[in-house]
Write a protein that binds this ligand. Structure first.
Ligand SMILES: [Zn+2]
Length: 163
């Protein structure tokens, strides 16, 4: 992700975020942005992209309560680059969240591994890199991950589990 022009909202994304926004769930974006420490993009550009994303989502009735990202390269061996759960722990601390009551929707095996590491419910969407990630999930010891077609189905599942 190096510029706002590269961002593409998939079909159903705005509508799903709007439905989730109508609940008491906090909606948090957690990403690896190693382009920062590779010197390809500045953190202020990433912040600017996030600001554009937030506004576009808000125009469609949604909300984003927080963005957390890891700027490090893999060789820096930080604790926050997924599959490490550092950013989930940081978000949990920041918002006083019980991660066992949270869901993580992602398209990469590393997303799901981060979720599993801290007891957060993992959901794999088969959009983006999701189809490539599916064999990795199936081959791992992972029997916790919920696999769904897309973000709309992920939202359906989350909303169906609310009491
Ligand atoms: Zn990091």
């Amino acid at each position: 992700m190096k510029s706002w022009k590269e961002i593409e909202f998939l079909p159903g994304a705005f509508e799903s975020l709007r439905r989730l926004a109508n609940t008491s769930y906090l909606i948090i974006v957690i990403s690896n942005q190693s382009a920062i420490n590779r010197g390809l993009v500045t953190s202020s550009t990433v912040d600017d992209i996030h600001s554009h994303m937030r506004k576009a989502i808000e125009r469609h009735g949604g909300r984003i309560d927080g963005f957390f990202y890891c700027p490090h390269r893999p060789d820096e061996r930080c604790d926050c680059r997924k599959p490490k759960p550092g950013l989930l722990l940081l978000a949990a601390q920041h918002f006083s969240l019980d991660l066992h009551q949270c869901y993580l929707v992602g398209d990469a095996a590393t997303d799901l591994a981060a979720a599993r590491a801290v007891g957060c419910h993992p959901i794999l969407v088969l959009t983006g890199r999701g189809r490539e990630s599916l064999p990795l999930v199936k081959n791992s010891q992972d029997n916790q991950t919920m696999v769904v077609d897309d973000i709309s189905a992920a939202a359906d599942w989350i909303l169906s589990r609310r009491h």
